[in-house]
Ligand binder design. Structure first.
Ligand code: NA7
Length: 535
């Protein structure tokens, strides 16, 4: 562990060059502070830098998966599709870095190998595998919620002779599957996007499915200029209205309960939601995510869609989820179910034993070996805490963050953790983060942190730290709100259930963005209520 030696000194060191880190740097520079971003990647974009697999696309509409902090940027950028494809998102974030001249303060291809709090001078010491280490008054983790790939420890995988890919760490050069027998493990959002693309190219594709997903048709389409201009003319109003919704999305939910209408009317309204595309299905009624009976109606609606799309009854049955809809994140697809009608695609349901083992030529499940040339793991992420737990982070009294979060992450507002002064997490566990539209949510966190740092400077306060009681209360409140929702009942990555051994705690705050924003503002108005301000 480092000692308190002086190194290159900054006001703030930001870890991660995704949307959070880029805006944080801009914001801190705009209030006259010195800051730097460090990222191990060779480019900016965070999760969008790594998730470059064929078909990778955001499930939030492009016009609103964009920054709002600069009107010029907002008006000049032109999106080409309703849901942005990964290359376009990357182009956008690079444009932002160019436009605001951020590159001089972005250090790429550099890994943070430790972050240690030096109590004697209230400074963070950040060691890297690059040329220099840094000291900074504030350490800001913009490491993302879905950035640490979950790579299951499959027995015998090292014996497999074929190529192995993970959707979350996709190669930069084009991967050609022509003539190959490909196996995909995982049918969450990434699997749902890559499966139709590989099917178009490979000689044969076998999909290994543990749990089927509910997949709503995205109805992606090119954006026409007139529609885009209209949105731009009304950006401020639309974004302000979105802030009043639970997740900060632009679609306002129908106020009716799915149980307040006849079955036929319910189907008709769900059909309208389906045709509107994407997540609109879930906002067809106010209570699909909260009322079990309403949820069942929506489930059955999607299972019918699957039966219509896939004439083979056995395959349709295997593709039909039985769990609550919306409990895991709803996937958006394009011709996903129809892909299973292709002659070169086979769906294999993994039994209780899952993938039993790999051999040199394939994998064994249910006692049978299935030969493949290439394996694609679409197995998701060690979500919300994975990127943080991989870095040795030591706070006050040399307590590590992993130790402090041994029984699951504990934060105050998802922004700070007791024992880790001057250490912020952008969209950390305990904040709405992944349950909301990440862009406005990131902006809210960045602005809160920048205002806080500015305040500390003006008041000549050396340290801010989450108070223990306030943190305990916030964690208890988060658990209480979560336990009342249907989402709590599923084995999802929200609960850490996808990573063996990870403590089960509902990590994002599920009280909704409006209540969360209000709480954050009230804490500031009360002089950073619940935080310790020292020195
Ligand atoms: P997800 O949604 O976590 O999906 C991962 C998939 O991989 C899912 O179908 C898992 O099945 C499956 N999986 C994970 N581990 C295994 C093992 N050991 N054996 C077999 N199958 C396994 O990740 P994505 O990358 O698709 O999407 C993550 C988020 O990115 C998404 O929610 C959007 O917000 C964007 P399971 O369901 O756990 O049975």
């Amino acid at each position: 562990m480092s000692t308190c030696k002086k190194t290159s000194s900054l006001d703030a060191l930001i870890v991660g060059a995704g949307f959070g880190g880029i805006y944080m740097l801009y914001k801190l520079r705009s209030i006259g502070l010195s800051a730097k971003i460090i990222d191990v990647a060779s480019g900016v974009g965070g999760t969008w830098f790594w998730n470059r697999y064929p078909g990778a696309r955001c499930d939030v509409e492009s016009m609103f998966y964009s920054y709002s902090f600069d009107k010029g940027l907002e008006q000049e950028w032109e999106w080409t599709e309703r849901y942005p494809a990964q290359p376009e998102i990357l182009k956008y974030i690079n444009h932002v870095a160019d436009r605001f001249d951020l590159w001089p303060d972005i250090l790429l291809k550099t890994r943070v190998i430790s972050a240690v709090y030096c109590e004697t001078d209230a400074t963070w010491l950040i060691a890297t595998d690059g040329d220099g280490d840094f000291s900074a008054r504030f350490c800001i983790m913009a490491t993302g919620c879905l950035s640490a790939a979950n790579t299951p420890d499959f027995a015998g995988l090292k014996n497999f002779d074929g190529r192995v890919f993970h959707t979350g760490k996709w190669p930069h050069s084009e991967v050609d599957f022509s003539g190959h027998h490909v196996g995909v493990i995982g049918t969450g959002s990434s699997g749902v996007q890559i499966i139709p693309e590989i099917a178009k190219q490979a000689a044969h594709l076998t999909v290994f499915q543990r749990t089927p997903s509910y997949v709503a048709e995205a109805f992606n389409r090119p954006l026409d200029e007139a529609g885009q201009m209209e949105t731009k003319a009304n950006y401020a109003e639309i974004r302000a209205a979105a802030k009043k919704t639970f997740g900060g999305f632009t679609v306002v939910a129908n106020e009716q309960s799915a149980m307040s209408v006849s079955e036929e009317e319910c189907r008709n309204i769900l059909e309208e939601g389906w045709k509107a595309g994407g997540n609109s299905l879930m906002t067809s009624f106010i209570d699909i995510a909260d009322n079990e009976n309403s949820n069942v109606r929506a489930q059955e609606f999607v299972r019918n869609k699957i039966r219509q799309a896939v004439p083979n009854a056995e395959t349709a049955e295997k593709l039909s989820p039985k769990h609550l809809i919306g409990c895991k994140r709803l996937c958006l697809g394009t011709n996903y179910y129809e892909t299973y009608n292709r002659e070169n695609v086979t769906l294999v349901s993994l039994g209780d034993k899952g993938v039993e083992k790999f051999t040199a030529t394939g994998l064994v499940t249910e006692g049978y070996e299935i030969e493949i040339d290439d394996l694609v793991m679409a197995t998701g992420f060690d979500a919300m805490t994975g990127a943080l737990s991989r870095i040795p982070i030591y706070g006050r009294d040399n307590i590590s963050l992993n130790k402090a979060w041994e029984a699951g992450p504990r934060t105050y507002l998802g922004l700070m953790t007791h024992g880790f002064p001057n250490f912020f997490t952008i969209t950390g566990p305990g904040s709405p983060s992944v349950l909301s539209n990440m862009l406005p949510t990131i902006e809210q966190h960045v602005e809160w942190i920048a205002e806080c740092i500015d305040y500390l400077g003006k008041q000549k306060i050396m340290e801010i730290e989450a108070g223990l009681q306030a943190q305990d209360d916030w964690v208890a409140h988060g658990n209480e709100v979560a336990s009342k929702t249907l989402r709590y009942s599923c084995s999802s990555w929200y609960l850490g259930a996808n990573v063996p051994g990870k403590p089960r705690i509902f990590m994002p705050y599920i009280g909704g963005m409006p209540a969360y924003r209000e709480k954050c503002a009230a804490v500031v108005a009360a002089g950073y209520e619940g935080f310790y301000l020292n020195g």
